[in-house]
Design a protein around this ligand. Structure first.
Ligand code: TYD
Ligand code: MG
Length: 452
């Protein structure tokens, strides 16, 4: 028998050390070293197995149709890549109070209507509290069962005995295993619980939804650990003061990522928003300077948004710049471009940029809208209401191509916009929709000349 060796591994970057270290020399993270026992065993693979192991040519692999089932929310199905996959482990992360429990309880309601056996395990709320929420949401069928427990060994037993098709764990941070000394919510407990649920999901073909709270830094507690282990990671986000919520796919082993679903929190729970562009543009002021409509992509879905800017004379020595919903540094950079290339004296002005509706967007295609909104506010002249624009702005004021121009124009056309300002290079690749004027521009000067 070979001698076992204790090695310490950094959980962030995998750096290896023979003794424990507080800070990883590789990635400079603190407190990431975990001890692992490495044992070099002699191979016990039999001669028969060795001769049977053989790689398979790609075109000889027979595809099995996955029998996905619907969650009852087309928006959620879209984010999951076309429905719930049996035996998958899905993590739903989000700030406390954003509506994770509500969303999953509504999924239970929808699944119950399809006679799917669902077990909802709550470690945070009592049965009465869940019942109270359920009463707000509406009527439930009999196939939903509830269980309030945090002990992992007990939960494991109950799931194996009851054999539900879908299990909801609310939340993973409250689960604890007796075999681990640390407190619930610590990295090792969360990891232990997740791996136990993964074995349950894969071994029994049960779909398990894990609710995970997000820490102040915006990561699910037990950074990285959870995301690597689960099949799908969804984040539920939104402004707590606004009613809309966005469900964003961050990782998906069964479909594409970066897809979003839009919901609205109402009195009777969450309702899907079928036309997000219309929703985001509602309340747009008419004939106001500093307001431009942009078209951005969220995964494969185009979305129209209003970009607002307010530029006014600064009464202090150092001008103030703020950006809500987009990157402040990007706004500063674009203002520097305007200052240098267009001789606009923005150094004496305060500037506030806002994405109306509380959305957060960092796509480069937003640049042209930000620039035009700033110029519109600075010159105090308004941009035609039926105009949208998109394009990346470079450091010399040139307008550069962005991806998926055709989809963006299609969406603008659908929403009744008649003019579109876009990068000149993109214009040749697109079929013009009827009744739409496309204006291809090479640089910001040209865009300003054409619309202001
Ligand atoms: P909840 O699902 O408890 O959040 P999480 O599980 O992510 O912590 O949602 C709580 C918020 O949603 C709470 O502020 C109340 C609100 N809400 C509604 O507005 N309408 C409803 O029908 C429900 C059930 C909740
Ligand atoms: Mg909750």
């Amino acid at each position: 028998m070979a001698k076992a060796k204790n090695i310490y591994f950094c959980q962030e970057c995998g750096h290896e050390s023979s003794k424990w270290l507080g800070q990883c020399p590789g990635c400079k993270q603190w407190n990431t070293f975990v001890e692992e026992v490495v044992e070099h065993k002699k191979s016990t693979v039999s001669q028969k197995l060795i001769s049977a192991a053989k790689p398979v040519p790609l075109d000889e692999i027979v595809m099995k149709q996955e029998d996905r089932f619907s969650s009852g929310f087309p928006e959620l199905d879209h984010v999951l890549g076309g429905g719930i996959v049996p035996g998958s482990l899905v993590l739903v992360g989000g700030d406390p109070g954003i509506g994770k429990s509500t969303l999953l309880l509504q999924v239970c309601q929808n699944l119950g209507a399809q006679q799917v056996r669902v077990l909802y395990i709550s470690g945070e709320e009592s049965l009465q509290q869940i019942k109270l929420r359920a009463q707000r949401i509406g009527s439930f069928s009999g196939s939903l069962t509830l269980f309030c427990e945090t002990n992992l060994e007990l939960i494991d037993e109950v799931i194996r005995r009851e054999k539900p098709q879908v299990v909801i764990i609310d939340s993973i941070q409250t689960m604890y295993s007796e075999s681990i000394a640390s407190s619930p919510g610590s990295v090792s407990q969360v990891r232990e619980a997740t791996s136990a649920f993964m074995q349950l999901a894969k071994g029994n073909g049960i779909t398990i939804f894990l609710v995970g709270h997000v820490t102040k830094e915006g990561v699910v507690a037990g950074p990285r650990v959870l995301e690597h282990m689960v099949d799908t990671v969804l984040y539920f986000e939104g402004d707590r003061h606004a009613t809309y919520r966005i469900l964003r796919g961050v990782k998906n082993r069964f479909g594409s990522t970066n897809e979003i679903g839009v919901f609205q929190m109402q009195e009777q729970g969450l309702v899907e928003v079928e036309n997000p562009s219309e929703y985001m543009l509602s309340g747009k002021p008419e004939g106001a300077s500093g307001s431009v409509v942009a078209c951005l992509m969220e995964g494969t879905r185009p979305m129209l948004l209003e970009v607002q800017a307010l530029v006014c004379r600064s009464s202090f020595g150092i001008p103030r710049r703020t950006a809500a919903g987009t990157d402040t540094n990007r706004v500063n950079l674009l203002m520097a471009v305007l200052e240098k290339r267009f001789n606009m004296r923005l150094g004496e002005c305060d500037a506030y940029v806002n994405i109306a509706g509380g959305m957060k967007m960092n796509e480069p295609a937003l640049d042209l809208s930000i620039v035009l909104a700033i110029i519109s506010s600075y010159k105090d002249c308004c941009i035609d209401e039926k105009t949208i624009c998109f394009g990346e702005v470079g450091l010399s004021g040139e307008v550069r191509a962005v991806s998926m121009a055709a989809q963006r124009i299609q969406e603008a056309h659908r929403m009744g916009f008649t003019t579109c300002i876009l990068p000149k290079v993109s214009i040749d690749t697109i079929k013009k929709p009827e009744g739409m004027t496309l204006i291809g521009v090479k640089n910001v000067q040209e865009a300003v000349r054409r619309i202001l």
